[in-house]
Design a binder for this molecule. Structure first.
Ligand code: ZN
Length: 166
């Protein structure tokens, strides 16, 4: 493993919120436009812990873009701070598209959470991947729950219930 390898670990609850809000694995009107959520958590060395997900329902979305106003980010950041968490990244969808970081994605990442993670998800297929500020990969996984619920996925790409290998 490269010493540069970074990883993001989502709590089971955080992964469930993303799966639900993005309608992963469904073919419905709701996931035909891009969707985005702020990710709250903690930085732990090379590890990013994602503990809280705030869907940004006021984002202006189309099938190929999503824009979030500064005041929406500010609201999400304040909400996270009030529970002792930091903005550690975002998750957004690429409906019926590949998993990559667009120029706009990289720009927003650099401005908002330089050391954080951008999770890009194709909501129809469930494919997902994490990226850093330079567009490099950040591995994603979901933490096991205390209750002993099944961990999602043996492979790192099977993040969400309907995820397939990327
Ligand atoms: Zn994007």
């Amino acid at each position: 493993m490269s010493k540069k390898q970074r990883k993001a670990v989502l709590s089971f609850a955080a992964a469930e919120v993303i799966r639900g809000y993005f309608h992963i694995g469904e073919h419905c009107a709701a996931n035909r436009c891009e969707q985005i959520a702020a990710l709250g958590g903690q930085f732990r060395g090379r590890k990013i812990r994602v503990l809280h997900v705030i869907p940004i329902v006021t984002a202006h979305a189309s099938q190929q873009s999503v824009r979030v106003g500064a005041e929406d980010w500010w609201r999400a950041i304040s909400a996270l701070h009030s529970c002792g968490l930091t903005l550690v990244g975002s998750a957004h969808t690429h409906p019926n598209m590949g998993i990559f970081m667009s120029a706009a994605d990289l720009d927003a990442h650099g401005k908002l959470f330089r050391d954080g993670v951008s999770i890009v998800v194709n909501p129809q297929s469930g494919d997902a991947a994490g990226f850093g500020a330079d567009g490099g990969a950040i591995s994603l996984s979901v933490a096991k729950t205390h209750s002993g619920a099944k961990a999602t996925g043996k492979g790192k790409h099977r993040l969400f219930a309907n995820g397939k290998g990327a």
